[in-house]
Ligand binder design. Structure first.
Ligand SMILES: Nc1ncnc2c1ncn2[C@@H]1O[C@H](COP(=O)(O)OP(=O)(O)OP(=O)(O)O)[C@@H](O)[C@H]1O
Ligand SMILES: [Mg+2]
Length: 316
């Protein structure tokens, strides 16, 4: 069996008395893009710094492709590309010089290979326009792109990208997501983000943390499956509902929010939102029957990722 690209167990990090990361386990296989989600201050960047060897955990163990990061930091780090939060350092350097410098530091000693990689970065990450400019004169989005190029320059197996699309314009965000998807086949990638649609668009797995604790670790589609999400019910009835009947039904059901829409001549959709966690399906269906409605279908509506995120991170 091939080793996991990242296998981190029981990671813990405190700053003084404050526990920033509390016993987090995280594994990443080749081909996976793991989305790291959590409110501000959740511990995402701190965890990423530990995974990349920038910050030593108080306890726990990190294996990078089966290499212990603590005892063998150099070979382990060589497999990782890391985009930290914020702008790249060495801000007075010219973009091309900076990337060339990072490439050499990352062990690309062959001049032709380095030249090819630099060209690839310039094209792939749209850096041509700023190629000869000092980093400090670049806009926020371009600085971010330079950061991504330096993470990718040595074509590492593992990418740890801390908010890779932060500060990019919508076109660039789109391109960045495509880039991540395209290169993910043979790599293991971890991205942190506050943009939930990004997780749905590029991630094969989503990890949610809050207050340093892991709260969820699943396929984006499955997030929230284990939450009590039964407070929005959709009922389809094969009856035509005029405004008088609709009014009566609304008054009788008496929930926070009820919408009744005609679907076509002979069917209507009733959307019921309650205050309580779980709507009482039987009670609602019994009431609808009293109005002589023929119920064809009734299902609870799964909330969007935004709502799931709020529920998961605020409920514990
Ligand atoms: N060097 C440090 N010294 C003291 N506290 C720190 C340090 N680094 C991080 N923290 C604290 O640890 C917590 C987690 O911070 P972290 O940067 O990991 O959060 P985050 O999930 O990346 O948040 P954001 O979404 O805002 O980037 C925060 O409360 C932060 O203030
Ligand atoms: Mg952060």
């Amino acid at each position: 069996m091939t080793a996991k690209l990242i296998d981190a167990r029981n990671l813990k990090k405190s700053f003084g008395d404050f526990v920033a990361v509390d016993k987090i386990d995280l594994t990443v296989n080749r081909g996976e893009v793991v989305g790291f989600l959590g409110p501000n201050g959740a511990g995402k960047s701190t965890t990423m710094k530990m995974l990349t060897g920038f910050l030593e955990p108080d306890s726990g163990k990190i294996l990078i492709n089966n290499i212990d990061l603590k005892s063998h930091p150099l070979p382990a780090k060589q497999l990782i590309g890391y985009l930290p939060e914020g702008a790249p350092s060495y801000s007075d350097m010219i973009v091309s010089d900076f990337l060339s410098f990072v490439g050499k530091m990352r062990g690309i000693s062959d001049k032709i290979l380095l030249k090819n990689r630099l060209e690839e970065m310039a094209n792939q990450i749209n850096l041509k326009d700023v190629w000869d400019s000092p980093i400090e004169t670049l806009s926020k989005g371009f600085k971010r792109r330079v950061g991504i190029a330096q993470a990718l320059i040595h074509d590492p197996d593992i990418l740890i990208l801390d908010e890779p699309t932060d500060g990019l314009d919508p076109n660039q965000k789109h391109e960045m997501r495509n880039l991540i998807k395209n290169i993910s086949k043979n790599k293991g990638i971890v991205i942190s983000t506050h943009i939930l649609e990004e997780v749905e668009a590029v991630c094969s797995r989503a990890i949610i943390i809050a207050n340093g604790k892991l709260l969820a670790n699943e396929k984006p589609n499955n997030l929230g499956n284990n939450l009590e999400n039964k407070n929005v019910l959709c009922v389809i009835v094969s009856s035509k509902l005029n405004s008088l009947i609709s009014k009566k039904i609304k008054a009788d059901l008496n929930y926070k929010n009820i919408e009744i829409k005609s679907e076509n001549i002979s069917s209507a959709k009733i959307l019921i939102e309650g205050d309580e966690k779980n709507l009482d399906l039987n009670k609602i269906l019994t009431k609808l029957k009293k109005h002589k409605l023929n119920v064809v279908e009734a299902f609870f509506i799964k909330p969007g990722l935004d709502e799931i995120f709020r529920k998961i991170t605020q409920s514990k």
